[in-house]
Design a binder for this molecule. Structure first.
Ligand code: NI
Ligand code: MN
Length: 220
């Protein structure tokens, strides 16, 4: 299975299926990735992105799924704590400490709760935390689902920063951590190598810093 960080929170998992998470990149488009399934963590513009324009099967919390169905998208709704399998790909929805409304739908259009996902594809489990602050139940995510890779926001201001992500990495215990949601804009400036140094000095966890468009092969 190959994991590609397209930028911001947008990640493409490519194996027997192609799964695109949070289809937004700044100043560009991810329409040409042609995924089988799209997963959306919450309703903010920098995560919904091109979810409607892609017109693919989309996994999201029930409120967002309902909105997407109203746009003619074959969305599959679920909720936090649940798991469902689509075309052999498993999606477990995890909590996220964050807000959510569907920005493109205008003010007041509720998007349910913000969430994250543990996605199982070809024997590999990837935890995409979505936008979130640190919470100690990340330990449960580690103990229950044993993700191989954790994608963690580090940009601060709207999510965890580097210090909190260091503790999150310890809570989750995935062998590989990939920082996301930083340096897209000045307001979320962060140094991913500070996280790498701090985590790798004190644990066996590897922090892989990708450039936008960069990939990592992950064996089961
Ligand atoms: Ni957000
Ligand atoms: Mn965000």
């Amino acid at each position: 299975m190959q994991l590609t960080w397209l930028g911001h929170s947008c990640v493409l998992l490519s194996g027997s299926k192609k799964v695109l998470i949070d289809p937004f990149i700044e100043g560009g488009s991810v329409l040409d990735t042609n995924p089988d399934i799209v997963a959306v963590t919450h309703g903010h513009d920098d995560h919904m992105g091109e979810a409607v324009a892609l017109r693919k099967k989309t996994v999201a919390i029930t409120e967002i799924a309902k909105y997407m169905k109203s746009k003619g998208i074959p969305a599959e709704g679920m909720n936090i704590g649940g798991t469902m399998t689509i075309e052999g790909v498993s999606f477990t929805m995890t909590p996220a400490l964050h807000s959510s409304f569907i920005e493109e739908a205008g003010p007041g259009f509720a998007g349910g709760s913000a969430a994250g996902f543990v996605i199982g594809l070809d024997g590999v489990k990837v935890y995409h935390a979505g936008d979130t602050g640190l919470f100690s139940d990340m330990k449960l995510i580690g103990e229950l689902y044993h993700p191989d890779v954790a994608l963690l926001p580090i940009g601060g201001r709207y999510t965890m920063g580097v210090a909190e992500a260091m503790m999150a990495a310890n809570f989750i215990g995935a062998k590989t951590v990939i920082p996301i949601h930083y340096n897209t804009w000045e307001k979320i400036a962060a140094d991913p190598f500070a996280l790498k140094k701090a985590v790798e000095r004190t644990t066996d966890i590897r922090v892989t810093v990708l450039a936008p468009g960069g990939s990592l092969d992950i064996a089961p």
